[in-house]
Design a protein around this ligand. Structure first.
Ligand SMILES: [Cu+2]
Length: 274
């Protein structure tokens, strides 16, 4: 009976690494693995992800294997008498403190270049578009004909982001209310939108397509529906699209240019345009 119980518990613990590894192995076949990447820096980010996954995976399998082996080998039925208590091993503790510390130090140095590319080496250019998180939508503002944000000729849109491929794009990210997280899984971009801050986000998309914009921060009751869409397209069709949206917006403006400017700035007109 005791032998049976040892068998049960050791196999149960062995099932954790076996099923865990199996899940990872079949995930790509069921299309629940990383989403398609179409960005320039994506391979570097994915490379880091896989490196850390393999490293932690190996440690996970080793520790789970040891756990299984100890439960299997040292079960009570095979015990010959009392338990011997030991005080611990100073050497062992030093070793298993220094090894993880060294590994963490290595990872922090190894990832620095990728981090700098994604978060520090900002391209020297004016923002392509301003993205404003708001419960529960993504508001977009493109600079108008004057190429400057914050002027009366800005183009206002909601949830329908378009960006050109094969060139750097710079997004100015803001939040109108609470913390949101601007997540573009297909270009490996995730950045918190923080109230009161203008945060630059940049990347280069390399393929055309329509992908999701997701909010990755639980931002309120409607968080689940805070979904937009990003369309990556060639420069020519991006310019054509901008032109068309601009004309659509102009068509809905009052004829008088001064009242048009005022209307664009008032919150009531922003709401009306939704
Ligand atoms: Cu949100």
């Amino acid at each position: 009976m005791k032998r049976l119980s040892a068998l049960f518990w050791s196999l149960l613990f062995l099932a954790v690494p076996v099923l865990g590894v199996a899940t990872f192995a079949v995930a790509p076949a069921y299309d629940i693995w990383l989403p398609k990447d179409v960005s320039e820096h994506g391979p570097a980010v994915d490379g880091l992800f896989y490196f850390i996954l393999w490293l932690t995976g190996a440690v996970f399998i080793a520790t789970e294997g040891v756990l299984f082996w100890f439960i299997w080998k040292y079960d009570e039925s095979k015990s010959n008498g009392g338990v011997k208590y030991v005080h611990g091993s100073h050497t062992l503790e030093v070793v298993w403190t220094i090894i993880p510390a060294a590994v963490l130090l290595f990872i922090s140095i190894y990832q620095m270049n990728t981090w700098a590319d994604v978060k520090m080496r900002r391209p020297d250019m004016a923002p392509t578009v301003e993205v404003i998180g708001r419960q529960f939508e993504w508001r977009l503002r493109y600079p108008g004909k004057d190429g400057m944000l914050g002027t009366p000729d800005d183009l206002h849109l909601v949830n329908d982001l378009h960006l050109p491929i094969d060139e750097d794009v710079l997004i100015q990210l803001k939040s109108m209310d609470v913390l949101h997280s601007f997540f573009l899984p297909n270009v490996r971009i995730k950045q918190d939108a923080v109230p009161g801050m203008k945060i630059p986000v940049w990347f280069k998309a390399r393929e055309e397509g329509v992908f999701d914009i997701v909010c990755a921060e639980l931002c309120g009751w409607g968080h689940y529906k805070m979904k937009g869409r990003v369309t990556f397209e060639t420069r020519e069709s991006f310019d054509r699209w901008l032109e068309q949206k601009y004309a659509e917006q102009e068509a809905t403006q009052p004829a008088d240019s001064e009242s048009a400017a005022v209307a664009k700035l008032s919150p009531a007109s922003l709401l009306a345009r939704r």
